[in-house]
Design a protein around this ligand. Structure first.
Ligand code: ARG
Length: 464
């Protein structure tokens, strides 16, 4: 079997195992739609620049639209004989309209075509992702408002540390996702330059209008060095990194869900339709979805490391190694998307166990910091207040008491600065209400912040 596009200088046929080994059709077939989009824009430009006749361009574009229909209805005879999606599309076009179809590959090569296609393909995904991330932020902001004044334990070192509001915790998740949104938009911005026309590596001797094609395809501009343009896969790594960050966040959120819904914590309930049972222990309601999200993060990191390793030793310009980029980024995209799609739905089923939240938030001397701040507000240096409260906690632990169990006289023994208003400082509800600054835990701060998020989200119709 001889490859029609490049085999004329060969006397031997390609080894069949080599053909199977080197083809990328099985992976890059997903690019068929963007590939046709790009070629239509390219052909329009070739005709405007006088390299092909207007009537020829019309026939070619009509042919390309028919190829697209064939592909959509599963009637395109894909074959690994043509190596990749680009050659399959061209071959299908030639089968439909004859040798005229061979005119499309002028002033370009597969090296610039593949990276142009991939940029468009990833850009479409980024737009989808941004929508999903915003949807999740929306869910979180609405829930944060709902739970703006409900007490919840705030942890450090996985031990109860200070009381917070549940809404505040949900808005902490929101911040992570907002940064992901910004990273996605940044990645979109970086990849949104068009390499087409860089050809194999050095550009083309034909006078072409790259800016026209870029505009048609929605790129914000064109790449400015043809050698870099065909060698650059930074944007693929950027997307893989952005996905890794998203998965790291989703995994942390998942970890918290796993802990909170553990019956020993009993802080939240997830809807049954998002949980699974055990095949042997009839009583179990397991958090498999968050566990799987947590587990899948590893594969997404793997894709990032794979991509960085793929690129690290490559001399300029195109090297066939780069074909592997698609396997890696597509896996990263698939996994991240499935998690991003499920998580907002899962979170929206989450119900806070308010009584438990309140109980745990008040336990383990969680208001000890407020007691120390109470003393410092009365003039005691904080280091000293910290020490005094440490003594009080030690006393309570020894006698199996809560801070609020101590009488005013007992408390005064530790410091004469303490008076009756101390009990207010020890009330978790008063503690949280006193933290009214921007980004703090008070119900009013949380409501304000959630409203600001909702207002911001409302402004976005779509990223495009
Ligand atoms: N299938 C190839 C890829 O994805 C297309 C580029 C082919 N270029 C080449 N010089 N063989 O990278």
């Amino acid at each position: 079997m001889k490859n029609v596009t490049w085999s004329s200088r060969f006397t031997k046929q390609i080894d069949l195992e080599v053909l199977d080994f080197s083809q990328s059709l099985s992976i890059d077939i997903v690019l068929y739609e963007v590939d046709i989009r790009v070629t239509i824009a390219h052909v329009q430009m070739l005709s405007v620049c006088g390299h092909i006749k207007t009537s020829e361009a019309k026939t070619i574009i009509k042919g390309l639209k028919s190829v697209k229909k064939l592909a959509e209805s599963d009637k395109l005879p894909w074959s690994i004989e043509y190596e990749d999606v680009h050659m399959n599309i061209e071959n299908a076009l030639v089968a439909l309209i004859g040798d005229l179809g061979k005119k499309i590959h002028l002033g370009r090569s597969r090296n610039d075509l593949v990276t142009t296609d991939l940029r468009l393909y990833l850009r479409d995904f980024i737009d989808l992702y941004v929508d999903k991330i915003r949807e999740t932020q929306n869910v979180l902001a609405i829930m944060a408002k709902k739970y703006a004044s409900d007490l919840f334990p705030g942890f450090t070192h996985m031990q109860v540390a200070q009381p917070v509001t549940f809404g505040h915790h949900l808005l902490a998740w929101n911040e992570m996702l907002f940064r992901d949104e910004k990273r996605l938009l940044n990645t979109r911005n970086i990849l949104n330059e068009m390499p087409l026309g860089s050809a194999a590596l050095s550009g083309t001797s034909l006078k072409i209008d790259r800016k026209m094609v870029a505009k048609e395809l929605g790129f914000k501009g064109i790449t400015t060095n043809s050698m870099d343009a065909v060698s650059d896969r930074d944007y693929v790594c950027d997307f893989a990194y952005t996905n890794s960050m998203i998965m790291m966040h989703l995994s942390r959120i998942s970890e918290e869900l796993v802990l909170w819904m553990n019956p020993q914590f009993g802080l939240v309930e997830l809807d049954e339709s998002f949980c699974t049972g055990s095949s042997i222990m009839p009583q179990k309601k397991n958090p498999d979805v968050p566990e799987l999200i947590r587990g899948k993060a590893g594969s997404v990191y793997g894709s990032l490391i794979g991509l960085l390793t793929l690129m690290k030793g490559l001399p300029l310009t195109y090297n066939r190694d780069m074909q592997e980029d698609k396997t890696l980024i597509l896996e990263s995209i698939d996994i991240t998307m499935s998690c991003l799609s499920l998580l907002p739905r899962l979170i929206s089923t989450m119900k806070l166990n308010k009584a438990k939240g309140k109980e745990v938030a008040a336990s383990f001397f969680s208001t000890a910091t407020d007691l120390a701040e109470y003393l410092s507000k009365k003039g005691m240096p904080f280091r000293l207040s910290h020490h005094v409260v440490g003594d009080i906690v030690k006393y309570c632990e020894k006698n199996n008491l809560e801070l609020t169990d101590l009488s005013i006289d007992q408390l005064k023994n530790f410091s004469p600065l303490i008076s009756k208003d101390i009990y207010k400082a020890l009330d978790p509800m008063i503690c949280i209400k006193s933290r009214t600054g921007i980004g703090e835990t008070s119900p009013s701060s949380v409501t304000k912040q959630a409203n600001a998020i909702l207002a911001r989200l409302k402004k976005h119709e779509s990223v495009k």
